[in-house]
Design a protein. Structure first.
Length: 528
């Protein structure tokens, strides 16, 4: 393989576009095996590789030079592991697929079982592998209307691809059978049964028992126990709020297996709250959307709140400052203002079980602890020594009114007249279809050249995707790890907290900057 030329993908990633899908596995294996400093993950796409770095940990130009200089031969990576998956061809769409292909159901099953497949890339959900190499005679379109629920273990096909759904999710692929192995288990190492480059054979197998089905259904939410909480240190949830979740710095390093990074949508505010109580910046805290929880403390502690008015036993808590809470004390967190999300830190942090190294609740995949519920008890870590008093950190106060965010050209900027600058021609409005996955904007539709979709590639937080309707979506912490919409630009990492705090109805203005200006903004981040 020659002529590897990485290009920037925002301010914390590189994109290498390749001419052939066969080169993807070799390059991904070579980069991942080189142990390059600052590299967080290497994500395969259909015909590309995205190298994701820890924010601010590496100079992208220098990293691009090192990637370009890697010796990569035809033998690199070789043939992936051969994984055998027993299946039953009993899916509800098998007869329709056979009818579409003008063959019998038995012949459709035989043709599907015959090839050896290859895991081209992963995404959509943890452990969801896109398999290529199937019989062309079985090429069928996706369902016109996706199912609201596809069961875990469903063996499905769409276009020229095959996949097994690792967990129950909505989906539009045609279900032709049931797989009898758990595709993803967070307590297993590695957690995903399949990885990019693996080869897959399907063989006849018996229908699983109810116990096996339950194991497959629950596999995506199991994980390690994590460190034991401090004895007697807990908070009880008296009122949960509309959506309050535990969040920390996220679970980097698993994007190549389809696992989102997750973590705080506004890590700057979480870090500010943690610093006030003496915790490391990425310690697990609470993220409250729209309005906050009411908590009773089982033991004395210190608390800090950023992004909302709060009180302890009726006494006002100054924002971003540590406040003592007595045993039995009640913390009440009000409405998030002026932004959308507020953050609560307690000395010692929240000690929920860690899943893949993180206590973050992933609202896309279901990994990590569930959202808070009334009556729940949350364990706390060991109380830390009282830190020196620090001035309130207001460097990243949530925005009010119009939000201005800096953006650089994305990998598909040439499809849009003016590239990322086309985003700067008008104001956009945040819609109600906004969550931890991404910020959906409405406004002047962007005109593009070419098809409405591109070959799927790895995604990064801040990527500005443009679906066929022309209205942009900016990806946030829980975005799927690969995507197939064109990316016109990438919002600077330093400005993502501003978008995460933008309430529905807020106006958003994009400001085009150079890669050098984006790098300088990244260097200013204080939440590491």
């Amino acid at each position: 393989m020659t002529g590897v030329r990485p290009t920037p993908f925002g301010d914390r990633a590189l994109l290498v576009e390749l001419g052939a899908a066969a080169d993807v596995h070799r390059l991904r294996t070579a980069i991942a095996g080189a142990d390059l400093p600052g590299v967080e993950d290497v994500v395969a796409g259909a015909t590309s590789v995205v190298v994701i770095t820890t924010p601010g940990a590496v100079d992208l130009e220098a990293l691009a030079a090192r990637v370009s200089a890697l010796p990569i031969s035809e033998a690199d990576g070789g043939a992936g592991r051969l994984v055998t998956i027993p299946v039953s061809y009993d899916g509800p769409d098998l007869d329709d697929v056979a009818c579409h292909c003008r063959i019998s159901s038995g012949e459709a099953a035989r043709r599907h079982r015959a090839p050896t497949y290859t895991v081209a890339f992963m995404g959509f959900s943890p452990g969801f592998a896109y398999l290529t190499g199937g019989d062309p005679a079985l090429r069928v379109p996706r369902l016109h209307t996706p199912r609201p629920r596809v069961p875990a273990g469903a063996l499905a096909i769409a276009d020229d691809l095959t996949a097994v759904y690792p967990q129950s999710t909505p989906g539009g692929w045609r279900i032709i059978g049931t797989a009898h192995r758990a595709m993803f288990d967070a307590g297993r190492r590695p957690p995903s049964l399949l990885e990019p480059g693996d080869r897959v054979r399907f063989v006849d197998g018996d229908r699983p028992s109810d116990g096996q089905i339950q194991a497959i259904e629950g596999s995506a939410t199991t994980g390690g126990a994590g460190p034991a909480p401090a004895p007697g240190r807990w908070v009880e949830v008296v009122k949960a709020g509309p959506l309050t979740t535990v969040q920390d710095g996220g679970r980097p390093g698993f994007a190549h297996l389809g696992v989102p990074r997750a973590g705080a949508a506004d890590p700057a505010s979480l870090a500010s709250a943690n610093r006030a109580v003496g915790n490391p910046p990425a310690t697990a805290g609470l993220e409250a959307t729209v309005s906050g929880p009411r908590l009773v403390f089982g033991r004395p502690g210190r608390v800090a709140v950023v992004g909302a008015a709060a009180s302890v036993d009726g006494e006002e808590v100054t924002e971003a400052e540590a406040h003592p809470v007595p045993e039995g004390g009640v913390l009440t967190v009000g409405a998030a203002r002026p932004g959308l999300r507020a953050y609560v830190a307690v000395d010692g942090g929240f000690a929920c079980a860690a899943v893949l190294g993180s206590r973050s609740a992933d609202t896309l995949s279901g990994l990590g602890p569930p959202p808070l519920s009334t009556g729940q008890r949350l364990p706390l870590g060991e109380a830390s020594p009282e830190p020196p008093r620090v001035p309130p950190d207001r460097a990243h106060r949530p925005p009010g009114g119009e939000v201005a965010v800096r953006v650089v050209d994305g990998p598909h900027a040439d499809r849009f007249p003016g590239g990322a600058r086309s985003l700067c021609d008008s104001l956009f409005t945040v819609t109600t279809m906004t969550d931890r996955t991404g910020v959906r904007l409405t406004g002047a539709a962007l005109a593009s050249r070419g098809a409405a979709e591109v070959e799927p590639l790895g995604m990064v937080p801040g990527a500005v995707q443009v679906p066929g309707g022309g209205e942009p979506i900016v990806l946030l912490a829980n975005h799927a790890t690969t995507g197939g919409y064109p990316v016109v630009g990438v919002v600077c990492t330093a400005d993502l907290p501003l978008l995460a705090q933008a309430r529905p109805g807020a106006r958003v203005r994009f400001v085009a900057v150079t890669p050098a200006e984006a790098a300088a903004a990244l260097a200013s981040i204080r939440y590491r």
